[in-house]
Design a protein around this ligand. Structure first.
Ligand code: PMP
Length: 408
């Protein structure tokens, strides 16, 4: 009998998906912990803060008031209206409630767009480094991911000129995040205006602007490409509550776009999940309409951690790192150490460096490979300053040992 785990029982589309390179690391980190080793995890992509009390209260109230029914597929009108207000107020994007669809996380919003708009063989231009899910969703839809590798000297942000050279008649979508996971870079008004000017010449192409880290930024300026009137109809703005409001588990995200895009996403979502959790939508409403003080307080904590981490990383020889202006990641380049030998084995890849760091320093970080940055590791600072200091101390020791060995 064919066992249930046999790949022969899986649909072909699943074979297109890459296996998570971090999975083995997570298993190993857990095993080390079980053996009593104090593993510090700097691999997480979620805030370590709890959700603010007024948001939790709104959810409790929503339960007590009997919000136990399906909501409209696109989300409640009150939440979509509050989102439209937010976009107008904070982002200068002029859309109405009917241009918004609320989803079970920004991840579902992205999945809806890609499944609704990408045909097999279509190209999707992804600014690289990128959040790995973009790439996998495009493959799931049968599309072809085309990576636009941003120049290192420009904080790895892809440029309008690169885009102009890469757009083919098969291109359907362009995807970027700003602030970027994993680099922490933010696209400026000037950069996005140039990009918009390129895309405006290609009306068959849409931009997906993932703004989920918008509130976690350490500079006052923030620019949304959809605020440019001449490109607005070609932009799909994705955002959500997971990061800025520390609400990962509540699963609420959304997108704002031209009506026809929202209708297409509505069709996909209507068959896959229907509207997101009714309680969570009430919580999200409270997040948008209540005090923003917790968002700003978290931002300041992240800023402090970023500063600490940058300082400590500069203390480790031969790591080069850009100072991120948003999100909660750093992407140091570890090229210097690639190919060096440890115990007879070469550290051939960033993945090998991550495994070595886990064994040697009991620190878990993520390899840059699946993010389009194969000479980098991604360090998350969504953890306490105490953890960061201890982890960086251990990393420094591990890398110093490696340098010494190299000199032997
Ligand atoms: N976009 C980016 C860039 C992300 O890093 C994440 C979460 N890791 C998401 C979207 C998805 O967020 P969620 O589904 O929790 O709203």
């Amino acid at each position: 009998m064919v066992p249930h785990s046999s790949p022969f029982l899986l649909a072909d589309r699943l074979n297109t998906l890459g296996e998570s390179q971090t999975l083995a690391m997570t298993v190993r980190a857990r095993a080390l912990r079980a053996q009593g080793h104090p593993v510090i995890n700097l691999s997480l992509g979620e805030p370590d803060f709890g959700t603010a009390p007024h948001i939790r209260e709104a959810a409790k109230q929503a339960i007590d008031e009997g919000n136990s029914w399906y909501t409209p597929v696109a989300g409640t009108l009150e939440l979509r209206t509050a989102i439209a207000d937010k976009l107008r107020r904070e982002n200068n994007i002029d859309w109405n409630a009917e241009n918004i669809i609320v989803s079970t996380g920004a991840k579902q919003a992205l999945a809806n767009v890609i499944l609704a708009l990408v045909n097999p063989g279509d190209e999707v231009l992804i600014f690289s480094p990128y959040w790995l899910t973009y790439h996998e969703l495009v493959k799931l839809a049968g599309g072809i991911p085309v990576l636009l590798e941003g120049p290192v000297a420009k904080q790895r942000k892809a440029t309008a000129a690169q885009l102009a050279a890469a757009i083919s008649p098969r291109a359907r979508l362009i995807i970027y995040s700003s602030p970027c996971n994993p680099t922490g870079a933010i696209f400026s008004r000037a950069e996005l205006t140039q990009i918009a000017e390129v895309v405006a010449r290609h009306p068959h192409v849409l931009i997906v602007a993932d703004e989920i880290y918008e509130h976690i930024r350490f500079q006052p300026d923030y620019f949304s490409i959809a605020s440019l009137d001449f490109i607005k109809e070609q932009v799909i703005t994705v955002n959500g509550f997971s990061k800025g409001y520390a609400m990962t588990g509540w699963r609420v995200g959304y997108l704002a776009a031209a009506r026809w895009v929202v209708q297409a996403c509505n069709i996909v979502q209507g068959q896959v999940t229907s509207g997101p959790c009714a309680i969570s939508q009430k919580a999200a409403l409270a997040a948008l309409t209540g005090t923003q003080a917790p968002v700003l307080a978290m931002r300041e904590v992240y800023r402090r951690r970023r500063d600490v981490l940058v300082e400590l990383l500069r203390d480790i020889p031969h790591l080069s790192v850009d100072v991120p202006v948003g999100a909660f990641f750093l992407l140091p380049d570890i090229s210097y150490y690639l190919g060096r030998r440890v115990g007879g084995q070469p550290l051939a890849t960033a993945q090998a460096v991550c495994s070595w760091l886990l064994e040697e320093a009991h620190v878990a970080v993520v390899t840059g490979e699946p993010f389009g940055a194969p000479t980098c590791i991604r360090i998350s600072y969504a953890t306490s300053e105490e953890n960061l200091r201890e982890a960086l101390l251990r990393m420094k020791g591990a890398f110093a040992g490696l340098v010494n060995k190299l000199q032997e």
